[in-house]
Design a protein around this ligand. Structure first.
Ligand SMILES: Cc1cc2nc3c(=O)[nH]c(=O)nc-3n(C[C@H](O)[C@H](O)[C@H](O)COP(=O)(O)O)c2cc1C
Length: 157
């Protein structure tokens, strides 16, 4: 099977999923979108949706089978993951067919925690849960996330 990967990853979390996809699908099958039976479209979550920098890559997905994947900082809620994935899907052109999707938590840079700690001095009710979320995100995507991603991907093949 021929496939293509389009992935935006600023700090490497989403790239880990893309790398697992290459291991599952084989380096040999990867090529340009035009020739691909399946396109894997991955993004980090920016303000609840896909990285806008991917916009230029989306028109070529018309007529393509697309597997959507991503990572987001806010974890622990499948409902939130689904909302973000719905936003990803809504960014696709008409005629792109979503055949599978996956989202998991991705760790955030230390500067984010430092900001939360400062904010928590003024508004602990709001920011202490965000510090807890930050700490839970550390190490993600982890081995279990990558296995769950692989399972979702295999289910779409
Ligand atoms: C500017 C900016 C905006 C973000 N917006 C969100 C968001 O709306 N929701 C969320 O859950 N995570 C958000 N995040 C967290 C990242 O999506 C998350 O850490 C992701 O795993 C980063 O993936 P990457 O390492 O592939 O870049 C944001 C991060 C940055 C830097």
């Amino acid at each position: 099977m021929s496939y293509a990967i389009i992935c935006s990853s600023k700090t490497g979390n989403t790239e880990k999923l893309a790398q697992r996809a290459r291991e599952v699908l084989g380096e040999k099958g990867e090529g340009p979108v035009a020739d691909a039976d399946l396109v894997l479209l991955g993004s980090w979550t920016d303000k609840g949706g896909m990285d806008p920098a991917l916009a230029d890559s989306l028109p070529q997905l018309v007529g393509k089978r697309v597997f959507l994947f991503g990572t987001c900082g806010f974890g622990g809620s499948q409902a939130y993951y689904d909302r973000v994935l719905d936003r990803f899907a809504a960014a696709l052109p008409e005629g792109a067919q979503v055949v599978g999707r996956f989202m998991c938590q991705g760790q955030m840079p230390p500067a984010v925690r430092e900001r939360y700690v400062k904010m928590a001095e003024h508004d602990p009710k709001k920011f202490e849960p965000m510090i807890e979320n930050y700490d839970r995100a550390l190490g993600h995507p982890d081995a279990a996330d990558l296995d769950a991603f692989e399972e979702a991907l295999r289910g779409a093949l």
